[in-house]
Write a protein that binds this ligand. Structure first.
Ligand SMILES: *Cc1c(COP(=O)(O)O)cnc(C)c1O
Length: 409
């Protein structure tokens, strides 16, 4: 266990990042903290050993290709800098993020590995990025021209990865634009100071391993690489695969795979069953209060749950403001000690309740209710995602508010 930070807390620039190793002032204010307890009530624990394991597994699957660990959206809610560091220790070669702001935050946190940022607002700070040695994904002629103009004056090498839209119709340059952009970038290379390191593209249906669109996109991508070579570029780090493709289509690894979700131990294709990944995130909250209730007593807003028999309920101080989806009300369990108990009634902004029945183990305030974890009795993000009809990606990025973060492993 090490330092902790609030996922919802926007971190200040520079050395302030190190302040996250500090004590209670940085921690969320909660009843337990006010009573003098050292630990915050709700803690998401990230197992960095699990991240290293997952990255090692991805490297194995990628064969000769390198691994870029994707840590956009604060490392899928797991903490971008900490996860990037763990992944790099396990042999990832590069770090990928969506925005320049995310990339600059990683530089400030001391990450010195190559970082690629690929999603730019129209007023994105290309110069600041290039000065910080951030590689830029380029998706339009306007972006290529802007990078070329800066590269001409920067006095240090600039790395560009050209993003081709091969069928996702999201970010990336459309096919008609490929040749003009490549000519622009080839001219910039000849002027010196800029190098097109690789071409890349993103798959629309990689989570359906047998879907023909995957091969169609791969064919268009290969055409793009061939066109780039004809127009005088010599990209050596081409990349197409996300986690799903990295795990199921080693033939599409090219020079580099971009792995986000699998690095955190969550499956991009849950239907495939166990892929050997280890979820890094656990979530626990300390019980604030237990109380006896009588048969027929309603619990929480709307009395959505009513006790059939007299018994005990435990109050857990985590709610939707902390990232626990309200739609999970009455649809999940927690583990306390060696037993599972159902959460009952509505999830509120700050709290929810657990039915302890006759409370056979004599559970009391202060004990930890584990919502997510590695034991067979624990809930999983995938289980919650199935319950809610969404994907683990969305739930991993929800944790916020008073949820503190801790690192293990
Ligand atoms: C988010 C993202 C990834 C990572 O996808 P996973 O499914 O999490 O592996 C890779 N490439 C691009 C362009 C992305 O936006």
């Amino acid at each position: 266990m090490g330092h902790r930070a609030r996922p919802g807390h926007r971190q200040a620039a520079g050395p302030a990042d190190d302040d996250r190793c500090r004590g209670p002032a940085d921690r969320p204010l909660q009843p337990a903290a006010m009573s003098g307890a050292a630990e915050p009530a709700v803690v998401a624990t990230i197992d960095l050993a699990a991240i290293r394991h997952n990255v090692a597994l991805l490297r194995q699957r990628a064969g000769g290709a390198a691994v870029m660990v994707v840590v956009k959206a604060d490392g899928y809610g797991h903490g971008a800098a900490e996860c990037a560091r763990a992944a790099l220790q396990a042999g990832a070669r590069e770090v990928g993020v969506a925005t320049i702001d995310e990339a600059l935050a990683l530089r400030r946190a001391g990450i010195r590995a190559p970082i690629l940022a690929w999603l730019h607002a129209s007023d994105a700070q290309f110069r600041a990025a290039l000065e910080a040695d951030i590689a830029l994904g380029v998706s339009s002629l306007a972006q290529a021209r802007a990078v070329r103009a800066i590269a001409a004056t920067l006095g240090r090498p600039v790395r560009v990865d050209l993003k081709l839209d091969t069928g996702l119709a999201r970010n990336g340059a459309q096919a008609e634009q490929w040749a003009p952009i490549m000519r622009e970038l080839a001219a910039a290379e000849r002027e010196g100071g800029l190098r097109v390191h690789g071409l890349f593209s993103h798959l629309a249906r990689a989570d359906e391993p047998l879907h023909p669109l995957i091969d169609e996109q791969a064919a268009r991508f290969r055409q793009g690489v061939a066109l780039a070579r004809r127009l005088g570029l010599a990209p050596t780090a081409n990349h197409l695969a996300n986690s799903a493709a990295a795990l199921t289509r080693p033939d599409l690894a090219f020079d580099l795979v971009r792995a986000g979700i699998a690095s955190y131990g969550l499956s991009p294709i849950p239907q495939l069953g166990d892929l050997g990944l280890r979820p890094a995130l656990s979530l626990g909250a300390r019980i604030a209060l237990t109380k006896r209730i009588g048969a027929g007593d309603g619990v929480s807003y709307g009395h959505a749950w009513t006790a059939e028999r007299a018994g005990t309920v435990a109050l857990v101080p985590m709610g939707y403001a902390d990232g626990l989806p309200r739609a999970l009300s009455g649809r999940f369990s927690v583990r306390i000690g060696g037993r599972r108990y159902p959460a009952v009634g509505r999830i509120c902004m700050d709290q929810f309740l657990v039915d302890l029945g006759d409370n056979p183990d004599g559970i009391q305030a202060g004990e930890t209710a584990t919502l997510l974890g590695p034991s067979a009795l624990d809930g999983t993000l995938q289980g919650w995602a199935d319950e809610l009809g969404t994907i683990s990606y969305e739930l991993a990025t929800l944790l916020r508010g008073r949820t503190a973060r801790a690192y293990a492993g």
